[in-house]
Design a protein around this ligand. Structure first.
Ligand SMILES: [Zn+2]
Length: 99
């Protein structure tokens, strides 16, 4: 996967990112070229988390529900959630972190 550094605009293969740190829902990464820390734009990280959660919640609801007519709706919501999360993972804009 390729991401662009928001500071030096270098294309970075995520395999080459050596330093990462997790802060709440944010995964912060360090650019190997200019040493700047960056992360997925905050609103996108929130939407991505909601998307992943919707898949988890609707899957659980489908496991425990006895109403089959609702399972179709739950599956659709979960599917949309995971598609949004994947789109953000691959094409979401990164932002510089200011301390
Ligand atoms: Zn950079």
């Amino acid at each position: 996967m390729i991401t662009t550094c928001p500071n030096c605009q270098e294309k970075i293969n995520t395999k080459n990112i050596k330093a990462t740190q997790k802060k709440g829902i944010h995964l912060e990464k360090k650019c190997p070229f200019c040493e700047t820390w960056f992360r997925l734009k905050a609103p996108l990280a929130v939407i991505k988390t909601i998307g992943l959660s919707s898949l988890l919640i609707t899957s659980l609801l489908n496991m425990f529900t006895i109403k089959n007519e609702l399972s179709y709706i739950f599956s659709s919501v979960g599917f949309i959630g995971i598609v949004i999360a994947l789109l953000i993972t691959f094409w979401g804009k990164q932002e510089k972190i200011y301390n």
